[in-house]
Ligand binder design. Structure first.
Ligand code: TNX
Length: 516
């Protein structure tokens, strides 16, 4: 009886202790077991753990511009994960404990955007030649933690070192806000998705036959009339210049460049409906809410057209700190070839005049590109190699691999399939440097996955098409091809399923991925 009482007592004490001690069951000690996406260049483990606690401070090297914002970003996210109030502080030198960010250019092996993340029992350091690199190091650190901690879960991170740098300078996604309009809040959520996977460009397809989505103060009817509808006849919408600047700033905080696209001379029905004088016959077109392409063109022979383009480029270029301006140029099926070439050559001079570099869909290679031009490969190999022969760089967006509006398989309700079905493995398993014969890595600026929105009407639908393909495109842009293969990637992607759930991302549960 006495013995029984004693063991009950011991059991009670053990139970009590168990309830008071934070759960360490998840405490990882092998950093190489973390499912990082994109896969870093190198990960080594030292077999211990660092713990985020209420006394954790995110320090940043005093006097380094841009780092304070990144430190604040990390502290905010650590706070959200843990429920703790994590503060930031500047430091004159490396502290002995906490998390410390520093810009230091003495590691040439990492390039400008690379970083080294070093995790010790007491101290985590992230060092890079740039604030962007430190930001990527923060994303790597965040991937060692859950998106949301469960209750009193201990936030432990395995110790070791990650040394990492990107394969391509440009790692982007495109969102078509013309066919269906997406709000400022929606675009910000998309920016968060990109940032989590170290992508650094969001290309906004701002104008098309069905809608004009950016306020142009000198041509106000573009949005008043041209922004008033969308595919299917919904009410459309547009960004004021102030809202657009807000998007640009939000992206900049996460080291993402916004590229505006004004698609011309085709895909311009919304403009042609807004201003009669942009049409060769001087008659305004009806607004269009269908999904045909290739039927509209600006009047390339009229001077007013170039005044219009000059005004639009001037106003939009003034809103963006980034170097690129996208002029579209695709599917101008009703513009005569010579008129098309004449138009593109005049427009590129306007873009250069306002201090920006030209990007256009691969058709623009039919013109003689100005220096610094990038052609975006989507479908036509001949156009793309012609662009390279003429000295342009290439942005890789092969429709058959990187169009997120393509259905996953024949049962996918949303999306199109003119470029084929793109299951998650098919979207992942390709190499930009061997995609187009005659286009080698040195010609390639980077990779961009595109979401056209003829059939995508809201954020849930967007998420379903974007996830889980987007992290794959991020990895193609970031990770060297010899460190990538579908087998190991699919296992890492499976681990990210929990992250998607916690972020309330409505994703496609492909049967090819062994979700947990
Ligand atoms: C082709 S890709 C287009 C777009 C469509 C898309 C649909 C490109 C440069 N043009 O206008 O939205 O297909 O997948």
């Amino acid at each position: 009886m006495k013995i029984i009482a004693k063991s009950v007592y011991i059991a009670a004490v053990l139970l009590f202790l168990g309830a008071c001690t934070p759960k360490t069951s998840q405490s990882p000690t092998d950093l190489t077991q973390t499912s990082f996406i994109p896969q870093p260049a190198s990960v080594t483990a030292t077999g211990d753990a660092y713990t985020v606690s209420s006394s954790t401070v995110v320090y940043y090297r005093a006097g380094t511009e841009g780092l304070q914002q990144t430190a604040a970003y990390l502290a905010e996210h650590l706070g959200e994960i843990s429920g703790l109030a994590i503060i930031t502080e500047s430091a004159e030198k490396e502290p002995s404990r906490g998390i410390y960010l520093e810009i230091s250019g003495d590691d040439p092996g990492l390039g400008n955007e690379g970083y080294e993340l070093n995790i010790d029992k007491k101290l985590v350091t992230i060092k890079s030649a740039s604030a962007a690199g430190c930001f990527y190091g923060c994303q790597t650190l965040l991937q060692t933690l859950p998106v949301k901690a469960a209750g009193d879960e201990l936030l432990a991170v395995a110790t070791g070192t990650v040394r990492d740098f990107p394969e391509y300078a440009y790692r982007g996604a495109m969102l078509d806000v013309a066919r269906h309009f997406f709000s400022v809040e929606d675009v910000k959520r998309m920016i968060d998705f990109l940032a989590a996977y170290k992508m650094n460009v969001l290309h906004l397809h701002l104008t098309d036959d069905q809608g004009w989505r950016i306020e142009i103060k000198s041509w106000p009817m573009l949005t008043e009339i041209g922004g008033s509808t969308e595919v299917g006849g919904g009410e459309g919408g547009y960004y004021t210049q102030e809202q657009y600047a807000e998007i640009v700033e939000y992206a900049q905080e996460q080291h993402i460049t916004i590229i505006p696209e004004i698609d011309m001379p085709g895909h311009t029905n919304a403009a042609l409906a807004s201003y009669a004088e942009l049409n060769c016959d001087g008659e305004a077109r009806e607004l269009y809410t269908g999904i045909e392409v290739g039927f509209s063109t600006l009047c390339t022979g009229k001077e007013i057209t170039y005044q219009f383009v000059d005004d639009v480029v001037r106003e939009v270029a003034a809103l963006i700190p980034g170097p690129w301006f996208h002029i579209g140029g695709d599917e101008s099926h009703v513009t005569a070839h010579d008129d098309y070439v004449y138009f593109v050559e005049r427009v590129q001079d306007i873009v250069v005049k306002y201090g920006k570099k030209v990007i256009g869909w691969d058709e623009i290679a039919n013109a003689t590109p100005v220096e610094g031009t990038t052609v975006q490969f989507w479908d036509d190999v001949e156009n793309t190699t012609m662009g390279v022969d003429k000295g342009a760089m290439v942005l890789m967006s092969p429709a058959a691999r990187a169009y997120m509006d393509m259905k996953y398989d024949p049962t996918t309700k949303l999306g199109l399939y003119w470029a084929g079905y793109i299951e998650v493995d098919h979207g992942y398993d390709w190499d930009p440097a061997t995609m187009v014969e005659g286009v080698i890595k040195a010609n390639i600026l980077g990779v961009e996955a595109a979401l056209w929105t003829e059939t995508i009407t809201n954020m849930d639908e967007l998420e379903y098409m974007v996830f889980p393909r987007l992290p794959g495109y991020a990895e193609i842009g970031w990770t060297a091809p010899d460190l990538r293969d579908w087998e190991t990637y699919s296992l890492r992607l499976a681990d990210h399923g929990k992250r998607f759930e916690d972020l309330e991302i409505d994703f496609y549960r492909s049967s090819l991925v062994p979700w947990k």
